[in-house]
Design a protein around this ligand. Structure first.
Ligand SMILES: NC(=O)c1ccc[n+]([C@@H]2O[C@H](COP(=O)([O-])OP(=O)(O)OC[C@H]3O[C@@H](n4cnc5c(N)ncnc54)[C@H](O)[C@@H]3O)[C@@H](O)[C@H]2O)c1
Length: 454
């Protein structure tokens, strides 16, 4: 074990990825694409069987091709001990569900660390354990490290190495983002742990991303802070959109387009109109508020952002309700939280549909990533009464009002004639050019005057 204690600058070469979900499956495939043999682990046999059969355990753009291309380097098992035996670096990417107080539950991560620790007890060669799941500051050191030390009978920095290293990928471009990140964030328990992980990234990344190395708690905070900062930016643009709806000639794109040219600001996530959603932004902002409150720091900023975002689907639902008569149907185009994704968690279109359905309005929805026959398998299908159809023209044809909730290119080329006689609410203003001036359409673009928007 001398080499563990003193550390080697050599990069680990045998990675395992524990948790083959939306993030983990893409990470495993990305490592294999870079020529490494990768062992994936999941407690869900369906995920393991899928990967072993050359299929993606979770849908992700381009993942199927990548897995097929690298089949001889990709394997999966339900046995964490096997992964510990066969690997020199393990990435833990299991769920850390949001708690009702905004924090994250670490039960799955703790179970994983227990299994790693038990196998580590009998391992004679070095192992670097990397937590990738999102956690609150302090969780890696105070909650998970003791589990590893207790189960393994070994000490961090001596018997194994420990890092917290989150990813900043976007679903839909996960593999590309993995291999070409803007930067690498490494929270290290001790220097050798960070050296090993940095060396590993150096062998797998396609670009020369700079790394930022720091203590575990700083890295945990930086991960939350990054996503929360983006939610602030989106919300700021959304407030500008509200203002523009009430100003003569108001046009949020004109305003944010000018701001975007300032190098201090930039144009990404400064669009205005739709609320943010998905599996990370809402919960990471709420978690940062939790952290602030726990540390007796004012969490007003995070709460204001959350409140503003939360209110937007209600506001639009009220607007549509005021326009509709009993028995009318609304078509919601875009159920996933963004184009190219099948994920509906906190998605603006789904939240709007839920509000409308709760008010007794019939909703017909369409999303190119969610086939009608797949909708019943979504857990959300039980909570929202809506009809999902495969063809946007079909959805529009059944409805008196249409909400374009997603900027998905699949909706861009819809004939303007389809919308005749209808109210059209367009969160992303993609149809303003063809619909705003039509006498037979009531067009309302978020962030655009006239002031009859909500
Ligand atoms: N999805 C994203 O875009 C994204 C981005 C950044 C960070 N994250 C974080 O990454 C983590 C995972 O997210 P995800 O979206 O991939 O989750 P997911 O639910 O899609 O997948 C998690 C997988 O872990 C498996 N699992 C659970 N317990 C296990 C155990 N003890 N051993 C082995 N496997 C186990 C589950 O069966 C599942 O397949 C979360 O903390 C999340 O916040 C996700």
């Amino acid at each position: 074990m001398a080499d563990v204690a003193h550390g080697l600058a050599n990069a680990p070469t045998r990675p395992a990825v524990i948790g083959l979900g939306k993030l983990g499956a893409a990470m495993a495939a990305a490592f294999a694409e870079r020529g490494l043999s990768v062992l994936g682990v999941d407690v869900d046999e369906r995920a393991v069987d899928a990967l072993n059969a050359g299929r993606p355990p979770a849908p992700e753009a381009g993942l199927e091709t990548l897995i097929r291309r690298n089949r001889d380097r990709l394997g999966a098992t339900t046995d964490t001990a096997e992964a510990v035996v066969r690997s020199d670096i393990v990435f833990v990417i299991v769920p850390t569900p949001s708690r009702s107080d905004g924090g994250f539950a670490t039960d799955y991560a703790a179970a994983t660390f227990r299994a790693i620790g038990a196998a580590l007890r009998h391992k004679a060669t070095p192992l670097t354990v990397v937590l990738t799941s999102t956690v609150l500051p302090g969780a890696t050191r105070n909650t998970l490290l003791p589990v590893l030390e207790q189960e393994s009978g070994k000490q961090a920095g001596v018997g194994f190495h420990l890092c917290y290293s989150p990813e900043f990928i976007a679903l839909g471009s996960a593999v590309r983002d993995f291999l070409n990140p803007d930067f690498i964030l490494i929270g290290e328990h001790e220097k050798v742990a960070g050296d090993r992980l940095e060396a590993f990234y150096g062998t797998v990344l396609e670009n020369d991303a700079p790394s930022r190395r720091m203590g575990l708690e700083n890295a945990e905070l930086a991960k939350l802070a990054l996503n929360a900062y983006v939610t602030n930016k989106i919300t700021f643009a959304n407030v500008l959109a509200d203002l523009c709806e009430r100003l003569p000639g108001g046009d949020v794109d004109a305003v944010t387009g000018a701001l975007a040219l300032d190098s201090r600001i930039g144009g990404k996530y400064l669009t205005g109109g739709a609320p943010y959603g998905g599996p990370c932004f809402p919960r990471d902002n709420a978690a940062l508020a939790r952290v602030a409150e726990d540390l007796k720091v004012d969490a007003g900023l995070m709460h204001a952002v959350d409140r503003n975002n939360h209110e937007r689907p209600h506001t639009w639902a009220r607007y549509l309700q005021a326009w509709l008569a009993p028995g009318d149907t609304v078509a919601v185009l875009g159920l996933a939280y963004k184009p190219g994704s099948h994920v509906v968690e906190a998605a603006p279109g789904l939240l709007l549909a839920r509000e409308l359905a709760a008010a007794g309005i019939a909703v017909v929805a369409c999303d190119p990533m969610i086939p009608a026959d797949a909708w019943a398998a979504y857990p959300e299908a039980e909570a929202v009464t809506l009809t999902v159809v495969d063809d946007a023209r079909d959805a529009i044809g059944r409805a008196r009002a249409v909400c374009l909730a997603s900027p998905d290119p699949a909706f861009r080329d819809l004939s303007p004639d389809l919308f005749a006689g209808r109210l059209v609410v367009d969160f992303w203003r993609r149809h303003a050019g063809v619909l705003a001036g039509r006498a037979d359409v009531t067009y309302v673009g978020a962030g655009l005057a006239p002031s009859d928007a909500p």
